[in-house]
Design a binder for this molecule. Structure first.
Ligand SMILES: N[C@@H](CCC(=O)N[C@@H](CS)C(=O)NCC(=O)O)C(=O)O
Length: 280
């Protein structure tokens, strides 16, 4: 497979299946920005992210304009590279406008409430199953291989078995993943999905205005861990391959207007970058 990021002036440091990384990747792909993706396993990502001038969380984008350490900043950067009428934050409105303020408010709501909640629920169900996690991680790296996300040489089953229990305990502690917090996160997902269902009740094609915005992209990307869209470039497992509780939740959410909306955003607006096939 050709490397679409070869010689690229941008470097995106990721954990390949991370939904905040996918949010940034989607915006860069959409803006046609050439970049190389340097993908790491959780914890292996922290030092490269720091060395690049970021902090320990990813995505980090190293660009000629500097180092961007947050997915929202990366979306705003991508907006400087597209014509105003395609900007994710509705840059065509020069003055602060109601639509633009709505996009900003929704993007922030999804970042703060939806992203941490979908991640916690997904990990709560996935991490107890080492084999399933191995398959997910390996699949994501392979799907993004053309973008530079080669599997680390030590990611054989033996090494993974040694690495995984330690990584899992640290992840559980760092993200405070347990049954009670997963239940609270379900409540947050419920509230966000209710709000999006309500917004879509009038049949609107997008969350704000009449075109795709940062609100649509952020909702779809950050809901993805619980919706497992077929068109996700990190090749998430289909619902049928998820642990049973997570499968039931994915199927229920996919059946709601908000879930169907996010899947449609993936189908219609998540175009693969050159040199990489969508969904794998
Ligand atoms: N507000 C940040 C959140 C990024 C984030 O939570 N990244 C996670 C991966 S999904 C991470 O790197 N966690 C590891 C850490 O914080 O050390 C953004 O939008 O970029």
């Amino acid at each position: 497979m050709s490397d679409p990021g070869a010689g690229a002036p941008h470097r995106l440091i990721t954990i390949p299946w991370s939904h905040y990384c996918e949010k940034a990747r989607w915006a860069l792909d959409r803006a046609g920005v050439p970049y190389r993706e340097d993908a790491y396993l959780p914890f292996a990502h922290a030092l490269p992210a720091l060395w690049a001038g970021g902090r320990t969380s990813v995505p980090v984008l190293v660009s000629s304009a500097g180092v961007l350490r947050d997915s929202t900043d990366i979306l705003r950067y991508a907006d400087t590279l597209v014509p105003p009428e395609r900007a994710l934050f509705f840059r065509e409105f020069r003055e602060p406008d109601a639509g633009r303020a709505e996009v900003e408010a929704l993007e922030e709501l999804f970042d703060l409430d939806l992203g941490p909640a979908t991640r916690r629920i997904a990990y709560f169900h996935l991490l107890p199953d080492a084999e399933g996690t191995f398959t997910l991680m390996g699949g994501s790296f392979r799907a993004l291989e053309g973008a530079g996300a080669a599997l680390p040489w030590w990611f054989g089953r033996g090494a993974f078995r040694a690495y995984f229990p330690v990584a899992r305990s640290v992840m559980n502690a760092a993200m405070r993943i347990d049954a009670a917090s997963a239940e609270r996160s379900r409540g947050k997902v419920r509230a966000v999905f209710d709000a999006v269902n309500e917004r879509l009740r009038d049949g609107r094609p997008f969350l704000v205005g009449d075109r795709f915005s940062a609100a649509d992209l952020t909702f779809a990307a950050l809901a993805a861990p619980l919706l497992v869209p077929e068109d996700h470039p990190a090749s998430l497992p289909p619902p049928g391959e998820l642990p049973s509780d997570l499968r039931a939740l994915a199927e229920a959410l996919r059946g709601e207007p908000a879930g169907a909306f996010a899947l449609r955003m993936y189908r219609e607006h998540r175009h693969a970058r050159p040199g990489q096939s969508a969904g794998g």
